[in-house]
Design a protein around this ligand. Structure first.
Ligand SMILES: [Zn+2]
Length: 355
């Protein structure tokens, strides 16, 4: 073999080696640029925004899977992106997390206790009371005061007189709505009277001025009337002149819906009208504040509670049975229904449980 042939053989081998080397490098490069595993994790969406320079067409939040061993991942393919796109705010993905919904149950008659919490529907500015400072006040729930034997919703004037006399002779102190609120809110400087009790009359029957007012006046007792201003033209119900007489006698006048509707059967707009129009008329006619609602038939739903809060109502009374305390939701205050047919003994038992 001459020198030429040897040289040819050497260069051929050298070329072969380079070729192998080249193939090896190509293969290595291919493996290192294999597509990385990108996954979007729901948890990360909230916490790890990447640079805001990422255009909208790229998911704003990417994380490299921990299972990928490559410590220095290749950059995300960007060749298709337009260059120098100006910085933009993050897409609105952060805000797509649904707000928690309140666990309010829709209530239909007869009303039951609900899962509404004190905090959920605490009116603006009212602080939830601590468990160690419980205030408990019986709130008596009357309606019509006339003779109607057999009708448990109606109490005779004579029977109402006996009950008021009992309260008077046994140290009970019927209070105004303002005092009731001060006590419930534990306003500083407010001294609770002996055995406070709130007397409430629902619906605004004309007998409230004819029968109840003189009886309560005998004992100098205030009361609270929940009326429906849409009924003032009906002769069975109080007209504005009579409502003013009650107000002058120390009664607080508050709304009970415009037309005493079944609120849960109404649209939000209709409910808003029933609630706010009743309040507006009472405030206009009587020059007073009417921020305490009473649910007609004791019925309400989540919309009702929202509306009360939106419109700044302070409290609302149900017909749920029990003693009102400052640990109840302010919009779910309980009362004691006075059955017109029950005995004085039953009335006393009902009251005494409150103390
Ligand atoms: Zn009613």
């Amino acid at each position: 073999m001459n020198v030429r042939k040897k040289r040819f053989l050497f260069y051929t081998l050298l070329a072969g080696v380079f070729m192998l080397l080249f193939l090896f490098v190509i293969s290595a490069l291919n493996s290192s640029t294999a597509p990385i595993h990108i996954e979007v994790q729901a948890e990360e969406l909230i916490q790890t925004p990447v640079s805001t320079s990422v255009p909208e067409s790229v998911p704003a939040y990417v994380t490299v899977s921990e299972s990928d061993p490559d410590p220095d991942p290749a950059p995300v393919e960007v060749s298709s992106l337009p260059p120098d796109k100006p910085e933009q705010p993050l897409p609105a993905q952060v805000g797509t997390i649904p707000a928690p919904t309140a666990s309010v149950q829709v209530i239909t008659a007869p009303p039951q206790t609900t899962s509404v919490t004190v905090d959920t529907y605490m009116p603006n500015g009212v602080v939830a009371p601590s468990a160690s400072s419980k205030v408990s006040i019986p709130v008596l729930n009357y309606h019509s005061v006339t003779m109607d034997p057999g009708n448990v919703v109606v109490i005779s004037p004579a029977k109402l007189d006996v009950q008021m006399k009992y309260l008077h002779d046994h140290g009970y102190t019927p209070i105004s709505l303002a005092t009731f609120i001060n006590l419930i809110e534990k306003k500083s400087g407010i001294v609770a009277p002996d055995k406070p009790v709130l007397l409430t009359f629902d619906d605004g029957y004309v007998d409230n001025v004819e029968e109840a007012m003189p009886i309560l006046a005998k004992y100098n007792f205030p009361a609270t009337l929940f009326m429906s201003p849409g009924m003032v033209e009906d002769a069975s119900y109080l007209n504005w002149e009579q409502v003013k007489q009650l107000q002058e006698a120390g009664w607080d006048i508050q709304p009970h819906g415009m037309t005493h509707p079944h609120l849960p059967k109404l649209s939000a707009e209709q409910q808003a009208y029933e609630i706010t129009e009743a309040r507006k008329l009472i405030e206009e006619k009587l020059g007073t504040q009417a921020e305490v609602f009473c649910y007609p038939y004791g019925e309400y739903n989540q919309t009702t509670l929202k509306l009360l809060k939106e419109h700044g109502f302070r409290y609302a009374f149900t017909i749920d049975q029990g003693y009102t305390t400052n640990q109840l939701s302010p919009y779910l205050l309980k009362r004691l229904f006075i059955n017109g047919e029950e005995s004085l003994k039953a009335f006393i038992n009902k009251l005494s449980k409150a103390n």
